[in-house]
Every structure is written in C-alpha cells, then in structure tokens.
Ligand binder design. Structure first.
Ligand SMILES: Cc1cc2nc3c(=O)[nH]c(=O)nc-3n(C[C@H](O)[C@H](O)[C@H](O)COP(=O)(O)OP(=O)(O)OC[C@H]3O[C@@H](n4cnc5c(N)ncnc54)[C@H](O)[C@@H]3O)c2cc1C
Length: 328
C-alpha cells in the first residue's frame, strides 16, 4: 500500500474542497481498502467522510424518501419505511455481500464500488479500466462473469452491485455536490457504458460527493421481486440478477419496471420492453416475449453464452414471482 494523507472533515463543503483527482472519499472502506491493498488504486489523500451529516432517511414533500449517502446498507435494508414502501430495495440489498459487510458499506459507496473483473484486480495484467490503453485480456480470457450487453472493444466488465439494480428499477435520483454546486442525476444516467473510456464508471467529477439518493413515491409494494442467480447461495456476486416490479389492474399490467444486474457495465434497463408489456395480461407468454426482447442485442463471449438463456429465464421467473406478490 502506498503512503497517503488522511483528513476527516465534518462538513460537506470541507470534504468537497479537499477533493481532487489524486484523492478518494472513503466511507465504509469495504471496496476502496481492498483496491488500495492490491495496489489497484493508489490515492495520495484519503478523505474520510464518515463524520459528515449524511446518515438520515427523510420523507420528501412528493411522498418519496431521501436516503443520506452514509446510511449503511444494513440500516437501509431493515429500515421500517424501506421495508414497508420499497421492499424491492430491501430484498436486493439483503441479497448482497454478508451481514458484516452490509453493516460497514454505505449507500453512496455501493453505487461506486468497482467491477469484480479478475483482470482489473490483477495488477500484473493489462486492463483498460485500470490503465487506459493497456488492453483488455478479459475479451479473450476468462470471461464467464463478464458482460453480454453494452460492452465495448475496450472493456467487457460488469457492474457488481445488487442495490443499484433495484435503484435503477425504482427510478431513483442521485444527489451530488461539488465545487461547482449541487446537481441531481437520474439513476439511468449515473453509471456509464464503457465505450472507449472504461476507466470512468460513472458521471461524477473528481470533486463531487454523493450526498443522497432520492426514491420517488412509487414503491411497487404489492408486486415486486429481486432475483439473484449466483454460484453459491450467499457471499457471491450476481451472475445475473433481475429487479422486477409491476402495477396491476386485475391481471392487466398497468406499469412495469425491469432492470438486470450482472450483465453489463451498468444496471440494464430497456424502456421499450417495459412499454411493450403495458396493457398486456399477466401471462407466461407476455413475460417470455419481454425476456427475449430484453436480450435481443446480447453478445456472448467465449465463456458466458449461458448468461443469455439464464437472464431470459430469470426475467420470466422474477416477473412471475412479482405478479403473485413475490417480495414477501
Ligand atoms: C467479499 C465482498 C462481497 C461483496 N458482495 C457483494 C454483493 O454480493 N453485492 C453487492 O452489491 N455488493 C457486494 N459487495 C460490495 C459492497 O457492497 C461494497 O464494497 C460497498 O457497498 C461499498 O461501500 P463502502 O461504503 O464500503 O465504500 P468504500 O469502499 O468506502 O468506497 C467505494 C468507492 O466509493 C467512493 N465513495 C464512497 N462514498 C462516496 C460518496 N458519498 N460520494 C462519492 N464517492 C464515494 C470511494 O471514494 C470509493 O471510490 C461485496 C464486497 C465484498 C468485500
């Protein structure tokens, strides 16, 4: 690990004024410390943000919730308002990591955790995400866990978060603050596809801090389900995951949200597929058609073609479970 300076500001403005390209905010440290120990990330300055007043969950005037960036994953998943109004989010968070990690991990940090691509974590190997221009050995190497949607010639990594898949489905908004002021970013626009600059996972500037995540009022309480398919039953990242949410009128679909994890550089949504389900009856036929459409542009690598069929089946199952009230 390289030497670094350490600061612990108590105000958001102080934290932002200390930030820059060579610094990192540190919250729970459950991802950043691993990256530093493996020499993948070598910040010169750590800005410990755990003293900032960003630990509350508040109701918004519109009927949604504002979640402070430092609320732990455990506190968020078990919060009575989240359990009652956004069970999809609770379920997704509890599908991730372990109880100990969820106690440490923060809401903001979860959004910014780095990929689990083996080559990214191996500093002896090239990696365009870690060292722009050095190459992508995953394209022709071990790529069982890699992307089938939205990948580029430069990067086939996936985003590993479970929580983010639910936040994408719920149309969350990310509130950030930097030296240029505050701004709000729609969740769908927050993470990036790799294109020719995979070193950038998201739209944040170096001095921007995530302060909160806002959930709109619609929580799909009666009909939502998070399905995570992984190599073992706990403490493993998703090979494929699905956040499915339905609003039903009898057996007619009035509104639907569908987001996939484990398949792309960001949580994957396709609004055209969601539109195509609206007005249709709840049926295996509608769900199979949606699943096929969702994967129509999938491009497998040598070792991950299984993910296409797996994702299609997972979508059908998650929608079916959501339809019968699958979050309980
Ligand atoms: C063994 C293991 C298994 C795991 N399994 C899963 C899993 O199954 N599913 C899953 O979703 N996750 C999993 N995780 C990942 C875990 O959820 C993340 O490590 C965690 O959410 C990161 O939060 P943190 O607060 O610890 O972030 P940190 O490690 O403190 O920071 C991560 C990054 O976010 C930045 N950052 C943190 N907070 C802010 C902020 N407010 N504004 C701007 N930048 C910020 C930091 O600078 C850093 O770049 C696992 C982790 C481990 C170690």
């Amino acid at each position: 690990m390289n030497p670094f300076n350490y600061s612990k500001p108590v105000e958001v403005s102080q934290a932002i004024n200390l930030a820059g390209a060579a610094s990192r905010f540190i919250a729970g440290g459950t991802n950043l410390l691993d990256l530093m120990k493996e020499n993948i990330d070598r910040p010169e300055h750590l800005i410990d943000i755990t003293g900032l007043p960003l630990k509350d969950i508040e109701e918004t005037p519109s009927g949604g919730l504002l979640i402070g960036a430092l609320v732990s994953n455990a506190d968020l998943a078990w919060h009575p308002m989240i359990e009652a109004r956004y069970p999809l989010l609770s379920q997704a968070i509890l599908a991730g990591a372990s109880p100990q990690l969820r106690n440490m991990a923060s809401t903001g940090g979860n959004l910014l955790q780095r990929t689990r691509c083996y080559y990214f974590y191996d500093s002896a190997m090239p990696c365009n995400k870690r060292e722009p221009g050095s190459g992508c050995p995953a394209k022709t190497g071990l790529n069982r866990i890699h992307a089938i949607l939205g990948a580029s010639d430069d990067c086939v990594a996936t985003h590993p978060s479970d929580m983010c898949v639910a936040l994408a489905a719920l149309d969350a908004v990310v509130h950030v603050e930097g030296r240029a002021g505050k701004r709000s970013i729609e969740f769908a626009d927050f993470h990036r596809l790799p294109e020719d600059s995979p070193q950038r996972d998201n739209q944040l500037a170096d001095d921007e801090l995530i302060t909160a995540i806002e959930l709109p009022p619609a929580g799909f309480v009666s009909h939502s389900h998070y399905l995570k398919i992984r190599d073992r039953a706990s403490y493993a990242f998703a090979l494929v995951s699905v956040a499915a949410a339905l609003e039903l009128d009898g057996d007619i679909i009035r509104d639907v949200r569908l987001a996939l994890g484990g398949v792309a550089h960001k949580p994957w949504r396709d609004k055209a597929v969601e539109e195509s389900l609206k007005g249709k009856p709840v049926s295996r036929e509608s769900f199979v058609a949606a699943a096929d459409a969702m994967l129509r542009d999938a491009r497998p690598l040598a070792h991950n073609a299984f993910k296409i069929k797996l994702a299609q089946r997972a979508i059908v199952r998650a929608l079916s479970d959501a339809a019968v009230g699958g979050n309980v």
